[in-house]
Design a protein around this ligand. Structure first.
Ligand SMILES: [Zn+2]
Length: 92
């Protein structure tokens, strides 16, 4: 997963440009772990083992993402419940 590729990704919900924070890269510059956040809807999309997790909120695996958010020091600022609350707001 290269940075140029990540830069092309946008939020699947509102198509806003995502802000990327890189946490782990290999010696070839491939991104292994990163966090992308949407400035518009405040959703977050982690990159885990080089794969961007951009599945719809209801299919997200909190158990898989939580240890990484913790490791990145983001657990306090981000959580999936926020994502789900946003969905409820959009539905109502
Ligand atoms: Zn968004």
């Amino acid at each position: 997963m290269r940075k140029e590729f990540l830069n092309k990704l946008c939020c699947p919900i509102d198509k806003a440009d995502l802000k990327t924070q890189i946490f782990l890269q290999d010696e070839e510059g491939q991104i292994i772990e990163a966090l992308m956040t949407c400035p518009k809807c405040k959703r977050y999309y982690p990159v885990i083992y080089g794969i961007p997790i951009m599945t719809p909120d209801e299919f997200r695996e909190k158990a898989l993402e939580e240890p990484l958010l913790k490791k990145w020091g983001k657990l306090e600022t981000l959580n999936l419940e926020d994502n789900q609350e946003k969905i409820l707001e959009l539905d109502s």
